[in-house]
Design a protein around this ligand. Structure first.
Ligand code: BGC
Length: 940
């Protein structure tokens, strides 16, 4: 190469659709991203060149494109076909128009893009089953011959129910719960595996085990336990191997009537109930060639559609942390309990030894009760929940890892193990969707650090195939929970692959009138015939099997989640993909708002007041809404919660619903702008103005009060910019008064907790935000931590003062305070979508002497770390190449600030320095900068 190759920057970390070399995707124009690395400051990309090839041809050559864009460049070459492998490289030019070297190659491979690519047949075991019981897992197998060197082989596979695939005795891939959970009747995922290295010459064997999973296992929860067979009663398999030989000829191995099936050691398997395994029934070699399957039965070909098969474009569930127990307990009830030390979603791998026929039983639970005994009573689950039973075959040492189940747990009650177990026999395996971890946070307060860990663990426990409420009781995709948590979760982990899959299900299940089910995928929609026949009773029952659809703050996930992905990742395609769904949701709200509430005369709003009539069509005052949900004074499962639900059934929740109507409409207008839909943007801006006027006229009193006079009312109105500027001060004062009257305690539930500290800190009340963060009596975040929580609880008093557990102890919703830790305490915020421009604005307070956060953005690592020591505030930040940043240094003037020991104005990479009230603002290019200046705690 010429001297240009010495340019000190390189292009690396190539990603296609957020992934490292994805295999088997079905996105027609996959988006390509890369990072620039350089030790220099102020590095930008001024141009790029991409070259995409397949084995023989150049598919796309961009030439030099003058552009800063280094993320989400859509492939623009010739049309891609099924199974095509595309290799790509990129090089870039920096701000001085000097080119980098070409990157290392990366690739992606297309899956099967058309139903006609599937030559395989759906097959199912031939025997009769009783759909009302738990049925043993079917084992299926076939053999085939390979003659000659194979250059490339793929397995394409999916199932009704879950599958584990084996080739010649080896497990293919390491994912759990494949093919994943989607709205099965509308979209069913398949997976693609590279099996080239697993093949052997001559005879080969494929084996598959099927499990009930979401398809026909227990799903949701409700009085009397969860129903089974939500999507169907019969498990089935569709698999197709495609081999290409070195000489160019091809071979297909397909699921068809030539396969055989039997049952084996997995006597039953259910995501909620657990697994029953009898090792004496194992069939050694069942998935290898040469096995005698003469006693196995025939399979049947079944007719099931293939036109709704979709590739897997996002992460699958994989095993992550291995957790070593911290103690073995003997409880007052004389139970033997293993303490994993961490609440999480996953399974236990255990080792046992003993005579054949001995059965050991493990039951998994989140907590001990007030007396220190094992319990699952607080979860209100039926008998036989989260249990694994294993019958020994009587070998030297037997090791068991469950196949098709997971539990939400920290404690494991062990029964019938011969002798006293040893902790070394048990290892916890955390299972969750394979989202890369992207964010960290730490500060000088160990309790807040534990809170941060708890938030992360609740995310891990609830991002398992779909975003769930909890990994125990309901395990379903409650829309409201992810709506409130998406922002925090998108800092801690890379969420787009995971969430955009779920959003497709949300859109697929949206009703004709735009209504969004409160749970997605919706078990209720999948079992329409089984709904209670009186519709209003059906809607009234407060359990997910028959959930109330279309609740404000829940259905708004349709707009808020894609918008969050756009903010955090500049993912414009998810906005395009979801636009019709968002618009339908907003139009649904518009129609609902126009309707008259059936108890008009006794609603809290006085309609005798003629002046307010014009606002009526913009107030959403019909239908049931969960409302703020689980404020401390309402609490879970008590009479107050029942009364609250009843009230909202009778009177709706106009204050909350109208606020969300306004908020989602405003976001939709912004989204329409981003997508260049200018007419829509104008339309929704106008609608938003109307709703806002109505909200102000009807709900905000002239003294700035909002009824009900609760913290959530003010927080929501301020967060959604619904308070007229002249009344903002008064509204903030009311909010502060309510907090003070509550002895510096929060009073929020699900919906406004994420905004609480943000609203305070952006309205001059930073000290109160910190006081709430550091509060450690009920209700507060640190109360949980002091009660030794290792995850976030559903209710503020999940474990009461007396140690009594209540509700789920692993609900991430209230962990949405995380975004305040990252954006305000550590001060990392996207200044432009996707962090192309970054705002560093740390706001020290609360007696913290240090805080730091890192975020692995699509451009590279962003870091912020501050400390106050010996009267000096020191802030070190890292800005990735091809981005810029504005750094707000609190409580100082430019003249006092140094960078790397020299006056800030003269530091390399500094673009501009200015003063904004009490903060010095430094505009910088990429690089790492160390700022320092004299500081006292009153500076803020
Ligand atoms: C779930 C929640 C959910 C709520 C609806 C609960 O049972 O666990 O997290 O959002 O119902 O209000």
């Amino acid at each position: 190469m010429n001297s240009r190759s010495t340019v000190p920057f390189l292009v690396h970390d190539l990603r296609c659709e957020y992934q490292d070399n994805p295999l088997g995707i079905d996105i027609a124009q996959p988006r390509l991203s890369w990072k620039l690395a350089s030790a220099q400051r102020g590095v930008v990309q001024s141009a790029y060149q991409i070259r995409v090839t397949d084995t023989s041809d150049v598919l796309w050559e961009t030439g030099k494109v003058l552009s800063h864009q280094s993320i989400h460049v859509p492939y623009g070459g010739s049309v891609l076909h099924s199974g095509q492998r595309c290799t790509w490289r990129v090089r870039v030019w920096n701000g001085n128009d000097r080119p980098s070297a070409w990157s290392e190659p990366a690739w992606w491979e297309m899956g099967l893009l058309h139903p006609s690519d599937w030559h395989a047949h759906w097959i199912a075991p031939g025997w009769q089953e009783d759909p009302n019981t738990q049925r043993p897992c079917p084992y299926l197998r076939t053999t085939f011959s390979v003659d000659g060197p194979v250059s490339r082989a793929r397995a394409y596979i999916t199932s009704l129910g879950l599958y584990e695939l084996f080739l010649n005795g080896q497990r293919v891939g390491d994912a759990y719960f494949t093919p994943g959970y989607t709205s099965y009747h509308r979209r069913l995922q398949y997976q693609t595996y590279d099996i080239t290295a697993l093949l052997q010459q001559n005879e080969n064997a494929i084996g598959v085990i099927l499990g009930d999973g979401w398809y026909r296992g227990k799903l949701g929860s409700g009085p009397g336990g969860s129903p089974r067979n939500t999507y169907g009663e019969r498990l089935a398999l569709l698999v197709q191997l495609h081999l290409r030989y070195a000489d160019g000829h091809e071979q297909f191995v397909l699921s068809d009537e030539g396969w055989q099936a039997t049952t084996g050691p997995i006597l039953s398997s259910d995501l909620q109930a657990g697994e029953v395994y009898d090792a004496r029934l194992e069939m050694p070699g069942w998935n290898k060639p040469g096995f005698d399957a003469s006693q196995w039965q025939k399979v049947e070909a079944v007719s099931y559609r293939k036109d709704h098969l979709v590739a897997t474009n996002g992460p699958l569930v994989r095993p992550h942390e291995e957790i070593t127990p911290i103690a073995l307990l003997r409880t007052p009830n004389d139970e033997t309990v293993v303490d994993m030390g961490q609440n999480f979603a996953g399974i236990v791998r255990f080792r046992v030894q003993g005579p054949a026929g001995t059965t050991i039983r493990l039951q998994h639970g989140e907590t001990l009760d007030a007396y220190g005994n094992f319990t699952v009573a607080h979860l209100q689950v039926p008998h036989g929940f989260q249990e694994v039973r294993y019958t020994l075959k009587g070998e030297a040492e037997e090791v068991y890892t469950p196949h098709f189940t997971f539990h939400g747990f920290r404690y494991v009650k062990v029964e019938d193990l011969l002798g006293m177990p040893r902790v070394e026999q048990f290892t916890g395996l955390a299972l969750y969707s394979d989202l890369p971890e992207t964010g960290t946070f730490e500060c000088s307060d160990p309790l807040i650090n534990r809170l941060q860990q708890n938030i992360l663990w609740s995310q891990k426990s609830n991002m398992l195939e779909i975003p769930t409420d909890c990994p125990t009781r309901e395990r379903t995709g409650w829309t409201g929970d992810v709506q409130v948590f998406a922002r925090t979760g998108s800092f801690l982990m890379q969420t787009p692959g995971f969430l955009s899959k779920w959003l497709k299900d949300l859109a697929a299940e949206q009703m004709a009138d735009g209504q969004v089910a409160n749970i997605v995928p919706s078990p209720e929609l999948a079992r329409p015939g089984k709904a209670v026949s009186v519709p209003w009773i059906t809607r009234a029952l407060p359990y997910p099997g028959k959930s109330f659809p279309g609740s404000a703050g829940w259905g708004d996930a349709a707009v808020i989640v894609p918008w969050t992905l756009y903010q955090c990742y500049e993912d414009q395609r998810v906005l395009e993909q979801q636009y019709a769904s968002m618009q339908a949701w907003v139009e649904y709200m518009r129609k609902q708002a126009k309707k008259q509430p059936w108890l008009r005369r006794i609603t809290p709003i006085s309609w005798r007041n003629q002046e307010k009539r014009p606002y009526e069509p913009y107030l959403w005052d019909t239908g049931f809404h969960f409302g703020e949900w689980l404020e401390p004074d309402e609490g879970l499962f008590g009479p107050k919660m029942a009364i609250g639900i009843l009230k909202r059934m009778l009177f709706s929740a106009p204050l909350v619903a109208t606020a969300y109507f306004a908020h989602s409409t405003r976001l939709l207008a912004e989204i329409a702008h981003v997508l260049g839909k200018d007419d829509d943007a104008r339309e929704y801006e106008a609608l938003h103005r109307r709703i806002k006027e109505a909200y102000r006229a009807v709900f905000i009193h002239q003294d700035g009060r909002i009824h009900p006079d609760k913290q959530a009312s003010y927080i929501r109105a301020l967060a959604f910019d619904l308070v007229p500027p002249a009344l903002q001060r008064a509204a903030v004062d009311h909010l502060v008064m309510l907090i003070k009257e509550n002895d510096d305690h929060l009073g929020t539930g699900f919906l406004s907790t994420p905004f609480l500290c943000h609203v305070l800190s952006s309205n001059g009340q930073l000290d109160i935000a910190y006081a709430l963060l550091k509060q450690d009596t009920i209700p507060s975040w640190l109360y949980e931590v002091k009660k030794r929580a290792t995850t976030i609880w559903e209710d503020w008093d999940g474990i009461g003062e007396d140690g009594t557990p209540k509700g789920s102890l692993n609900h991430y919703s209230k962990g949405a305070v995380g975004s305040w830790l990252y954006q305000v305490v550590a001060g990392i915020e996207p200044g432009a979508p996707g962090y192309k421009h970054i705002r560093f604005r740390p706001r020290p307070g609360g007696g913290l002497t240090a805080a730091s956060a890192r975020y692995h953005s699509l451009y590279g690592e962003i870091a912020s770390s501050w400390q106050i020591r010996d009267g000096t505030f020191a802030l070190t930040i890292t800005v990735p190449a091809n981005t810029t940043a504005a750094v707000f240094l609190p409580g100082t003037e430019a003249g006092q600030v140094t960078e790397g020991g020299q006056a800030v104005e003269t530091a390399e990479g500094v673009i501009q320095v200015s003063q904004q009230q009490e903060a010095t603002v430094v505009e910088v290019g990429s690089g790492t900068y160390a700022f320092a200046y004299p500081f006292s705690s009153n500076n803020e």
